[in-house]
Design a protein around this ligand. Structure first.
Ligand code: C2E
Ligand code: SIN
Ligand code: SIN
Ligand code: SIN
Ligand code: FE
Ligand code: FE
Length: 367
C-alpha cells in the first residue's frame, strides 16, 4: 500500500468524522469505518479506566456492555507491552481470554489489537479488530492501516476527556459562585442544587429537549447570584423586611441580570434571563418589570416554581420550614396566579420525583 492510498483512506475518515462531535457517535463511526477498511467481522474500542484498571468498551459490535480487566487477554497484552498484537489462532494462543466468547457464544478466529497511549505514554485504551473476513488472519497491512486510524481514536478520546474536564470545571465554578451568593444568605449550596433538579424535573416532564434541560440545570443555580450586591444586614435580617429593605432586596434580580448578561454566550444569556425573570408572576405584579404570562421566559417561569418551593420547604432567617404537603398546596393554590398553570400542574404531577430530590439533597453537593 503506498502513501496515496493511505492518504485517501485518511481523508475519507477525516471527512466522515469532522461533522460529528459526540464522543460515542464518533467512536461508533470510526469503529464502522475500521471494520470496513480491514474487512473485519467486528470492532471494539476500549477506553482505559485507571482507577479500576479496566477497559470499558465504547464501541463493541454485537455486545451491549463490555468491561474487561486491563491485564488479561490479547487486549491486556497490548496495553501491558505497548505493542500491537496479532493473534492468528486465539484458541491456541496463551494470551487469549475466552471469557467474552463464552459469555457471548461467539467464536473469535483472529484478532488485531492496537493499544492507545497519550502523549505522556499513559494508556488511553485499545482498538480491537475481530475475525478477518475472509481469513485466515490480519496481516501487517491491516496493522499499518489501523495504526493510522488509531491516531484519530487517540485524539478523539483525548479531546473528549479534555472537554469533559473543562465542562466539569465550569459546572463546579458555577456552583461555587452561586453558593457564594447563598452563603451570604446563610444557606448551603444544597439549595442551589435542589433548585437545579426541581427545574430539570419540570423541563423534562414538559418534554423539553436534552440541550435545554442541560442548559437549565446549569443556569438555575445562578438565579440569586445578584444577592452578592445586597447588604448582608438585609439578607440576614431575622424578621420581616420593611418596604425600603424589600425594595433593595428586589434589586437582586436586575443585578444578577447585569452580572450575567453576555450577548456572545447563549448559556450566560439564558442565566441572565433566569435571574431577571425568576420573581415575575404569571398574572403580573412581580418584579423587576411586572410582565405577565408568556412575556416571562419559560426558564424564568420554571425556576420561579422551583425557587419558591425550595424557599417554602426550608428554613430562612425570616421563616420556619413548611412541610412538603403544605408547600405543594401553595404551588397548587397559585396556579395561574404566581405560577404558569401548565408548569405548576406538571410540578404537582411530579411530586414523587420532587420528594425524592428534597430528601436526597439535604446536604452539601459533591465538589
Ligand atoms: P427566598 O427566601 O429565596 O424566597 C424566594 C421566594 O419564595 C420569595 O420571593 C417568595 O416568593 C417565596 N417565599 C418565601 N417564603 C415565603 C413565605 O413564607 N410565604 C410565601 N407566600 N412565599 C414565600 P420574594 O418574596 O420576592 O423574596 C425574595 C427574597 O427576599 C427572598 O428569597 C429572601 O431572601 C428575601 N425576603 C423576602 N421576604 C423577607 C422577609 O420577610 N425577611 C427577610 N429577612 N428576607 C426576606
Ligand atoms: C475480547 O474478546 O474482546 C477479549 C479477548 C482478549 O483480549 O483476549
Ligand atoms: C434531574 O435530573 O436534575 C432531576 C432528577 C434528579 O435529581 O435525579
Ligand atoms: C440555551 O440557551 O442553550 C437554551 C435555549 C434557550 O435559551 O431557550
Ligand atoms: Fe431570588
Ligand atoms: Fe433562591
Amino acid at each position: 500500500m503506498d502513501n496515496d492510498d493511505k492518504l485517501e483512506i485518511l481523508l475519507r475518515l477525516g471527512n466522515k468524522i469532522s461533522r460529528e462531535n459526540n464522543l460515542d457517535r464518533l467512536l461508533a463511526l470510526i469503529g464502522d469505518f475500521s471494520t470496513e477498511i480491514v474487512s473485519a467481522e467486528r470492532c471494539s474500542i476500549f477506553i482505559y479506566d485507571p482507577q479500576k484498571d479496566q477497559l470499558v468498551a465504547k464501541v463493541a459490535h454485537g455486545i451491549d456492555h463490555l468491561v474487561i480487566p486491563a491485564d488479561k487477554g490479547v487486549v491486556g497484552a497490548a496495553i501491558q507491552t505497548g505493542e500491537i498484537q496479532i493473534s492468528a489462532d486465539p484458541y491456541h494462543d496463551m494470551r487469549f481470554n475466552q471469557d467474552v466468547d463464552v459469555e457471548q457464544q461467539f467464536v473469535t478466529r483472529s484478532l488485531l489489537v492496537i493499544p492507545l497511549f497519550n502523549k505522556e505514554g499513559k494508556p488511553l485504551g485499545a482498538v480491537e479488530m475481530i475475525n478477518k473476513n475472509p481469513g485466515p488472519f490480519f496481516n501487517n497491512i491491516d496493522a499499518e492501516l489501523m495504526v493510522l486510524i488509531a491516531n484519530y481514536v487517540t485524539s478523539t478520546i483525548e479531546n473528549a476527556l479534555l472537554y469533559e474536564k473543562i465542562k466539569k470545571t465550569q459546572t463546579n465554578l458555577i456552583y461555587k459562585l452561586s453558593t457564594a451568593a447563598e452563603f451570604k444568605d446563610n444557606e448551603t449550596s444544597a439549595h442551589t442544587l435542589r433548585v437545579a433538579h426541581y427545574s430539570a424535573t419540570i423541563a423534562r416532564a414538559m418534554g423539553r429537549d436534552q440541550p435545554f434541560i442541560d442548559a437549565l440545570t446549569l443556569v438555575a443555580p445562578m438565579h440569586d447570584i445578584g444577592k452578592i450586591g445586597i447588604p448582608e444586614a438585609i439578607i440576614k435580617k431575622p424578621g420581616k423586611l420593611d418596604n425600603e429593605e424589600f425594595a433593595i432586596m428586589q434589586q437582586h434580580a436586575l443585578i444578577g441580570y447585569q452580572l450575567l448578561f453576555d450577548s456572545d454566550n447563549d448559556l450566560l444569556t439564558m442565566a441572565a434571563r433566569v435571574s431577571h425573570d425568576h420573581h415575575e408572576k404569571w398574572s403580573g405584579g412581580g418584579y423587576p418589570k411586572g410582565i405577565r404570562g408568556e412575556e416571562i421566559s419559560l426558564e424564568g417561569r420554571i425556576v420561579a416554581i422551583a425557587d419558591v418551593f425550595d424557599a417554602l420547604t426550608t428554613r430562612r432567617p425570616y421563616k420556619e420550614p413548611w412541610s412538603i404537603e403544605r408547600s405543594l398546596g401553595y404551588i397548587e393554590e397559585q396556579q395561574g396566579g404566581h405560577f404558569d398553570p401548565d408548569l405548576a400542574r406538571t410540578f404537582l404531577a411530579e411530586r414523587d420525583a420532587v420528594a425524592e430530590i428534597f430528601c436526597r439533597h439535604q446536604e452539601e453537593p459533591p465538589s
